[in-house]
Design a protein around this ligand. Structure first.
Ligand SMILES: *Cc1c(COP(=O)(O)O)cnc(C)c1O
Length: 203
């Protein structure tokens, strides 16, 4: 199990500090912010994970600067990321974001549509599909928190691709529930860096 430190809105120096304390995977929601941090901190041996909604005009930046993308939910975006991945870099690691809650979210593929998307993405040359990600509706009791995580784990097991072994699930509020359901990456911001303030980062 690994810990992704979600550093969105947090300054470079705090990321350096976190790295000195042993963290080596950082998550960002805005392409521009990820690119700036990846460039400014290029001397650190860390990996950069894009976890936010993906706009098509940002795919080149994401393809250049990320090691992982957790929030892929459309084939059109997948094709652009594959085309725009620089040839001298390893294939971009990909997780497909799945809708696991009834709540109407903009992001995430419906479970019924997942098998076709998985098949199509596996054929793209510069992407390495690794597994699934979800952001469920917030819940306070652990039984309710666990349900979507269990669903994601079961969905992964039904896919006919046994090399897919990554489940990105759990944030500060529900990471215990996610870990007990088999998370392989938890994405934690607040519990590592403290609260974020409302002002948006530069973009
Ligand atoms: C911000 C964010 C997180 C971290 O949330 P915390 O509640 O601060 O731990 C995790 N995943 C995604 C996709 C996020 O946008």
């Amino acid at each position: 199990m690994s810990l992704l430190a979600v550093s969105k809105t947090k300054p470079f120096e705090l990321i350096r500090q976190a790295h000195r304390l042993g963290l080596s995977k950082f998550g960002e929601n805005y392409a521009q912010e990820l690119a700036e941090k990846a460039r400014a901190l290029a001397d650190l041996d860390v990996s950069w994970h894009f976890i936010g909604p993906i706009q098509s005009n940002k795919t080149a930046l994401i393809a250049e600067c990320s090691d992982w993308v957790h929030s892929l939910d459309r084939l059109k975006i997948a094709r652009r990321l594959s085309e725009q991945r620089p040839p001298d870099r390893d294939p971009l690691n990909i997780l497909i974001q799945v809708k696991t809650s009834q709540e109407e979210r903009k992001s995430g593929v419906a479970p019924e549509a997942l098998p076709d998307l998985v098949t199509a993405i596996s054929e793209l040359p510069n992407l390495a599909l690794r597994g699934l990600m979800t952001i469920p509706a917030p819940a306070t009791d652990e039984a309710t928190q666990k349900r979507p995580f269990q669903q994601l784990r079961e969905l992964l097991a039904t896919l006919p691709f046994k090399h897919l072994d990554t489940l990105s699930m759990g944030m500060s509020q529900d990471l215990e529930a996610a870990i007990s359901e088999g998370a392989t990456i938890v994405r934690v911001g607040t519990d590592i860096f403290g609260a974020r303030y409302n002002s948006l980062p530069p973009r």
